[in-house]
Design a protein around this ligand. Structure first.
Ligand code: HEM
Ligand code: HEM
Length: 321
């Protein structure tokens, strides 16, 4: 990958062997790599337009939703001749049906995601459609209800709450999925996968246990089990130094007076244990971030599942009861 990126640069900046003697009359044919790159760039541009189109369409839909509600509130259903915006006015029905349609569009993302079919549209584009139209679905539902939450019949009010929680968890999840990977790369240059973190944690713990078994002296054990762990802080507390593990280890070593706390012949082993303990603490934090990355998805999906039958119940009850 890195090589691919660098090759065209070399072709344009470094003279080819013998370039001084033979004047260049023709431009060299672009290498196949360059072709690949330009195609890639074009595709990336195309994707950006797809994204913008999704957000633009969603914005237009949102403007229509708000426009209809304003007309209902201030013109068509304005008191005293009307009852104000409600779920059962023509605008109320239109917004209710639109919310239903948007539910279908937004939930379609999960079907495509599961099937991993990327022929008709790219998953990234679908994701953008999901985010943009998901937010509009929240707005449409609120305005469909009046807005009416506290004064609504409990069954309908609770449905609106569930709906807003669905949108809210999605929104929160999006923020988490942007912020957390950045935090992960601030602990480790290359963000590790959750499985790799677990594997490293097991390896660190094993090494610590082995070192403790091989060095059972009370001073060493107390240092490794109590003094050193107490002195190790979470990665963010070390500022930029957290990426330079040696600095962190030195700080812990000095803070715990390592050179006096353990006998001289155990210094190297004690420093190794500090290294493992620091790494263990940092891995723990990474594992926490990975947990955060995954934690919201089941709630979001459960709310999606819950809202489907509830939508049917809502429509049946408003018409039949
Ligand atoms: C996510 C979608 C929806 C949500 C969150 C939602 C929520 C609500 C809420 C909170 C109310 C106010 C109830 C009250 O004042 O007691 C309401 C009223 C109403 N909704 Fe929906 N609704 C949705 C979709 C729909 C759909 C698809 C339809 C049917 C086409 C519909 C038809 C109605 C009707 C007719 C009312 C007026 C009921 C009345 O005033 O007694 N809603 N809706
Ligand atoms: C009508 C509203 C919504 C419904 C029915 C819905 C449904 C779903 C479902 C079923 C999934 C799971 C996809 C899968 O992994 O198979 C999902 C994923 C996701 N949703 Fe929503 N969602 C809605 C609104 C939103 C909103 C408003 C946002 C953010 C602004 C959002 C953000 C996300 C994100 C980021 C994922 C990706 C999870 C992942 O695969 O890592 N959703 N949504």
């Amino acid at each position: 990958m890195v090589e691919d990126k660098q090759r065209p640069m070399t072709a344009t900046t470094a003279p080819a062997p013998g370039a001084n003697s033979a004047p260049q009359t023709e431009r060299p044919a672009p290498s196949p790599t360059a072709k690949k790159l330009s195609q890639k760039t074009l595709k990336a541009k195309e994707t950006r337009w797809d994204k913008r189109a999704a957000w633009f369409m969603a914005f237009v839909t949102a403007v229509i939703v708000v426009g209809l509600w304003v007309l209902s509130a201030y013109v068509w259903d304005k008191p005293p001749h009307g009852r104000g915006p409600q779920g059962d006015t023509p605008v109320g029905y239109a917004l209710g049906v639109l919310t239903l349609v948007l539910y279908g569009v937004v939930a379609a993302y999960s079907m495509r995601h599961r099937k991993r079919v990327q022929k008709r549209a790219m998953t990234r584009t679908w994701m953008e459609v999901h985010l943009a139209f998901g937010l509009v679905a929240g707005l449409a539902a609120v305005l469909h209800s009046g807005p009416r939450l506290l004064s609504a019949a409990p069954l309908h009010g609770a449905f609106l709450v569930a709906w807003l929680l669905l949108i809210g968890t999605g929104f929160l999840g999006k923020i988490i999925s942007v912020v957390v990977p950045r935090r992960l790369t601030r602990i480790e240059d290359e963000a590790l996968l959750a499985e790799d973190v677990t594997e490293k944690q097991v390896a660190m713990r094993k090494e610590i246990e082995e070192l403790l078994q091989a060095n059972p002296e009370p001073a060493f054990v107390a240092y490794a089990n109590v003094a050193a762990p107490k002195a190790i802080k979470n990665p963010q507390n070390y500022g930029k130094r957290r990426m330079r593990r040696h600095d962190v280890i030195d700080e812990v070593w000095e803070k715990t007076n390592g050179s006096t706390a353990v006998p001289a012949d155990k210094h190297d082993t004690a420093r190794r244990i500090v290294t493992c303990l620091v790494e263990e603490r940092f891995l723990e934090q990474m594992q926490g971030y990975h947990w955060l990355l995954r934690s919201w998805v089941p709630i979001h999906v459960a709310l999606t599942t819950l809202c489907f039958p509830w939508l049917i119940v809502h429509v049946v009850t408003v018409f039949l009861l």
